[in-house]
Design a protein around this ligand. Structure first.
Ligand code: FAD
Ligand code: NAI
Length: 475
């Protein structure tokens, strides 16, 4: 006997579990099917983000940052530490505990919101008048029928051809978060978000880190001025980033991994490392979904084809998050999940892609929202720019972290904020003000006229807004 639901969500990552909760809040009878297993084979809700993405990476970034601070910066405050050491096993144990708190938190939220959870793989079987039949294979096997289906099956790490992940020597994000001892030499392919975050973790703990990046420019999607500033800081820290490279043969042996590569001048090179992290992007995941059984349309990358409202090629089947077009970010997945649940309820759910913030949690942090200067130039849009360095911010001096700046880009005629770019301390938190401002279509003068607490890093945001009109007060 099949179980009937108004809404079945396949995938319990940030896109799926949030969609399930919102749909339940709106009065629907909701099921969520997720197959992720923890080390004991039990459920581990939260998807990539909670298990091998956002949450564990930020836990390791925090631990390694604390170690770096204690080793290199506490002395400036008069704090002397003798015999400083890193217990990697304890750091990993703490990370696992943080992950578990989040897994359990989602189970609790499902109970609280009366979402029925099925642990296993959800596969489309067929469409009928009652809805779509979904087979659940796993620890709670079942047959479900849903009037509406929301697919939120996420993404997987992309491997380099000829160098599959073994998670011992050649690591995806999964293995990169489980390295049991600090590698003496660590290689990374791809200086994108994962490359920089994971490279930072292990460099802070003592690894000699080399990052090989195919593109000739560093962080091509980031505002050029901000990317230059970040690169200067990473160079100073000793993160070795090679741009414009061509990666050749990768071999694993007993002692480590060797990577043949060609530098930007066309010279053949060999990189020998203990571990290699490959972080060259991610691919949408529809493995085992049974898309073909119901004729769900995928594009050439394997992503589920959706329109602006996350509607797929099939009636009442929706898809959100990493498995569809757009940035692969947890908060984008969540926003789409909420919007779809509201659309199913006949409401007008909406996601503004122009105000989705990006954050790279390195030190300095990099965060931005809206358009970069190079995008405005190529669109021929007349704009004004204003920057303010953290060097001139009292709170940053007191913190002992004056790297970087805040940069505003505003329309030349209307002064509407078009983009805000930050490299520096707490950029991840500071960017929220810019997101709110852009969502309300504020002008740079609006931010410049708002009272900001003193001393705070947010004063750099106000000053950068003032700089658009060339009237900074503290620089
Ligand atoms: P996922 O989180 O991938 O969840 C999909 C879920 O569906 C998984 O649990 C999977 O097991 C399950 N599933 C798949 N197929 C089936 C099936 N047929 N049946 C049942 N279950 C199925 N984003 C940020 O915004 N901030 C960050 O700081 C950040 N850090 C990251 C760090 C790393 C190392 C990585 C790899 C990613 C990071 N991301 C970050 C990206 C973020 O993790 C993803 O954008 C986000 O998880 C996408 O959510 P989702 O719900 O679409 O998919
Ligand atoms: P990415 O797209 O950020 O970066 C991949 C990099 O690899 C690019 O710079 C690309 O030019 C390079 N590359 C591709 N092929 C290559 C090759 N053959 N040789 C050398 N370099 C090559 O992808 P990444 O870092 O794997 O992360 C995947 C996604 O996960 C991110 O795009 C982001 O959406 C998400 N993520 C978000 C985080 C955050 O929000 N803080 C943190 C980590 C991941």
């Amino acid at each position: 006997m099949s179980k009937q639901f108004d809404v079945i969500v396949i995938g319990g990552g940030p896109g799926g579990y949030i969609a399930a909760i919102r749909a339940a809040q709106l009065g629907f009878n909701v099921a969520c099917v997720d197959e992720w297993k923890n080390a004991r084979g039990g459920p581990a809700l939260g998807g990539t983000c909670t298990n091998v993405g956002c949450i564990p990476s930020k836990a390791l970034l925090q631990s390694s940052e604390n170690f770096d601070q204690a080793g290199h910066h506490f002395a400036d405050h008069g704090i002397e530490i003798k015999g400083l050491a890193m217990d990697v096993a304890k750091m990993l144990g703490r990370k696992d505990a943080v992950v578990k708190q989040n897994n359990d938190g989602i189970l609790y939220l499902f109970k609280k919101n009366k979402v029925t959870f099925f642990h296993g793989r959800g596969t489309f079987v067929k469409a009928s008048d009652a809805g779509y039949e979904i087979n659940v294979a796993g620890s709670t096997p079942d047959t479900l029928v849903g009037k509406h289906i929301i697919v939120a099956t996420g993404s997987n790490a992309r491997a380099l051809p000829g160098a599959p992940f073994d998670e011992e020597m050649i690591l995806s994000n999964d293995g990169a978060l489980r390295v049991g001892a600090v590698p003496q030499k660590l290689g990374l392919i791809g200086s994108g978000v994962i490359g920089l975050e994971m490279g930072s973790v292990w460099r802070r703990l003592g690894s000699e880190v080399t990052v090989l990046e195919a593109l000739p420019t560093f962080l091509g999607a980031v505002d050029e001025q901000i990317a230059r500033e970040a690169k200067k800081a990473f160079d100073k820290q000793g993160l070795k980033i090679e741009l414009g490279v061509k990666v050749g043969e990768i071999k694993t042996g007993k002692k480590g991994v060797s990577v043949a590569w060609t530098n930007a001048r066309g010279e053949a090179q060999l990189l020998e490392v203990d571990k290699l992290i490959v972080s060259i992007g991610r691919v949408p995941n529809t493995i085992g979904l049974g898309a073909e059984a119901v004729g769900l349309k995928l594009d050439e990358r394997g992503a589920i084809v959706v329109d602006d409202d996350c509607k797929t090629s099939l009636p009442n089947v929706w898809a959100v998050g990493d498995v569809v077009r757009g940035p692969m970010l947890a908060h984008k997945a969540e926003e789409e999940g909420v919007a779809v649940a509201e659309r199913i309820a006949g409401q007008h759910g909406h996601v503004n892609f122009n105000t989705v913030p990006w954050v790279i949690y390195t030190s300095p942090e990099i965060a931005w929202v809206g358009q970069t200067e190079q995008q405005l130039k190529s669109a021929g849009r007349a704009y004004k720019a204003g920057t303010f360095p953290f060097l001139a911010n009292g709170r940053a001096r007191a913190l002992g972290d004056t790297t970087g700046m805040v940069k505003f880009l505003a329309d030349a005629a209307t002064d509407e904020i078009l983009g805000v770019h930050i490299v520096g301390p707490q950029a991840s938190e500071l960017i929220s003000e810019a997101v709110v401002a852009m969502e309300f279509r504020a002008s740079s003068e609006d931010i410049a006229r708002i009272c900001h607490a003193h001393p705070s890093l947010s004063e750099a945001t106000k000053e950068a807004a003032l700089a658009v009109d060339k009237r900074t007060l503290n620089f």
